[in-house]
Design a protein around this ligand. Sequence first.
Ligand SMILES: NC(=O)c1ccc[n+]([C@@H]2O[C@H](COP(=O)([O-])OP(=O)(O)OC[C@H]3O[C@@H](n4cnc5c(N)ncnc54)[C@H](OP(=O)(O)O)[C@@H]3O)[C@@H](O)[C@H]2O)c1
Length: 303
Amino acid sequence: MISRREFVMTGAAYAGAQTLSPALAQTSPLIRKAIPSSGEMIPVIGLGTARRYEDVKGEADMPPLRETLKAFKASGLTVIDSSPSYGTAEAVVGEILEEQKSRPGLFLATKVSIMGREAGINQIEQSFKKLRTDKIDLLAVHNLRDIDVHLKTLRDMKQQGRIRYIGATTSFDNQYADFEAMMRRETLDFIQVDYALDNRNAGERILPLAKDRGMAVMVNLPFGRGRLFSAVQGKPLPAWAAEFDCKSWAQFFLKFIVSHPAITCTMPGMARPDYVTDNAGAAQGRLPDAAARLKMEQFIDTL
Ligand SMILES: NC(=O)c1ccc[n+]([C@@H]2O[C@H](COP(=O)([O-])OP(=O)(O)OC[C@H]3O[C@@H](n4cnc5c(N)ncnc54)[C@H](OP(=O)(O)O)[C@@H]3O)[C@@H](O)[C@H]2O)c1
């Protein structure tokens, strides 16, 4: 969680950052991948709403978020990930999308994250209200919480046409064994798991299993909450990053993720429009091939 003071400082940083974007912008069409259960194509980069959208106290905090979501829609990106566990995030996203009339064409993903059938249903109904929508694109069980109970609810809601896809999430290595067992047992449209250039454990079993089971994969924590930026601070981007059209470290980290054959998309946390321009660049141009991905791993492992 960030403090209000840090958030206000981010607003100030955002105001000064508007001139950063053009150099990072890419100009080619967006790369999309198919959701295996339907064939629907979605852009490989989305937006995560943990942290920066969680603790919005009032109007003073809204301008950078409005500008970010406006830039997001204008860039053609569509997937927005939220959760009832992220404080004000769902309500803030719902309010801004309504204001900007930008709900059509976006892909809204949220979660159920509470124990108990009735409590889960109530929480999901609240998500519809907060997001100001009558259809949620993806509803996932957050961190396996009461999953057997909630999957029944989600399947009913999918049947009724209120939810388009169902899934489950984790971001903890110590849940991987249970997560894998659940993936073998259940039929899901999506899983969501943590994976990053310096955090590749999900690549051992979970990602190949998702491919085998025909599940789309959304990757959370693509920058390890900013950890990767700290690791390369002060270091120039290697010249060979240009071979797969990377103009920034963010594009380098994100292209590593979305070039994995089992991964459908990732949604970096972003609350600044210049981050949208930068990160959208990871959904454009060439992606690293298997040899280049190995080189990227070796690069980060030796830092
Ligand atoms: N179990 C789960 O279901 C689960 C768990 C964790 C996360 N998630 C989802 O995954 C999303 C992503 O995770 P996250 O937001 O915690 O972490 P993250 O995406 O790994 O890192 C986000 C941070 O990276 C920085 N950043 C973003 N774009 C940048 C750019 N172009 N250049 C420089 N810095 C940039 C921003 O830092 P500053 O804002 O400080 O500048 C941002 O807050 C979440 O928002 C959430 O939707 C789901």
